[in-house]
Every structure is written in structure tokens, then in C-alpha cells.
Design a protein around this ligand. Sequence first.
Ligand SMILES: Cc1cc2nc3c(=O)[nH]c(=O)nc-3n(C[C@H](O)[C@H](O)[C@H](O)COP(=O)(O)O)c2cc1C
Length: 147
Amino acid sequence: MILFDTYPLGKIQLKNRIVMAPMTRSRTTQPGNIPNTMMAEYYAQRAGAGLIITEATQISPQGQGYSFTPGIHTKAQIEGWREVTDAVHREGGKIFLQLWHVGRMSHASFHNGNPPVAPSAIKPDARYGWRMKTETGVWWSVRPQEP
Ligand SMILES: Cc1cc2nc3c(=O)[nH]c(=O)nc-3n(C[C@H](O)[C@H](O)[C@H](O)COP(=O)(O)O)c2cc1C
């Protein structure tokens, strides 16, 4: 039964060959996009997979493009992730963090009104991006670079 066989991933031994795909959940504590106890519980519940790949996690404030996604660039975020990884390890799971920087798909509302920074000056071929009015918690979609 190959799916449930162990797998040597470099120096890491996976207990089976099931890998949980990264899925953005937007559940961080605000303000600060901080991973929290609910996230630790969510990932620990899935520690039966051979490997968990976390939701995409911005590497800097500039890398954010969606509301409430976790970061790993502040002390509080790193501590929040520590709670998550400790919980997964307690259940015998392995976990990798998916790093992201969303580049041109971000929106000025995440950057104090400044345009997002991307590796190229090419406009995204996308009609909608996401932003959120965090004071009210109301979501709405906009063209990526419209105010
Ligand atoms: C709600 C949701 C959130 C997702 N978030 C991420 C993400 O953070 N990073 C990523 O690489 N892929 C993300 N994905 C893509 C899934 O990982 C992908 O759908 C999964 O690997 C299955 O592939 P498929 O959609 O081609 O079947 C997300 C998908 C869904 C449905």
C-alpha cells in the first residue's frame, strides 16, 4: 500500500505519502496578522498527513495581498507559528511553511496607498483583487489597482 508507506524526504522521514496542499484560511489574529490557537488546532487536527504545507505566509508587509493572511516577519508572528508547529509536532506531524510575496497582485490599500511592488512593471491580467475594510469586516472586490 504505497500511499501509507513511509517516505524519506531528504533527512526527514514522512510517516506516509499524503501531503496536505497549502490553503489560505485568513484566520489570523488582528491587528498584526498573527497565527493563533485556532490555527494551531486546525493544523494539529491534520497531523495525520505525512506532511502539511501551511497556507501561504507573507515574508514582509510588502508581500501581503489578501486580508488576514499570516506573516512571518514579526516576533509575534514567529511566536504564533511556534504554537502551530509545536501543536503539529505533539501529534507526530511534519509541517513546512509556504512563503509568499504576492507582488503585483497586491493592492495599494495594503501599502498605505502606495502601489504594490513587483518584479516587473507588467500590469496583471486580472479583473478583480481583494481588499477589506477592516474596521467593519466587510469584504468587497475591486480591480487590483483601483482605490
Ligand atoms: C481555499 C483555498 C486556498 C488556497 N490557498 C493556497 C495557498 O495559500 N497557496 C497555494 O500554493 N495554493 C493554494 N491553494 C491551491 C491549492 O493548494 C490547490 O487547489 C490544491 O493543490 C489542489 O490543486 P488543484 O486545485 O489544481 O486541484 C488554495 C486553494 C483553495 C481552494
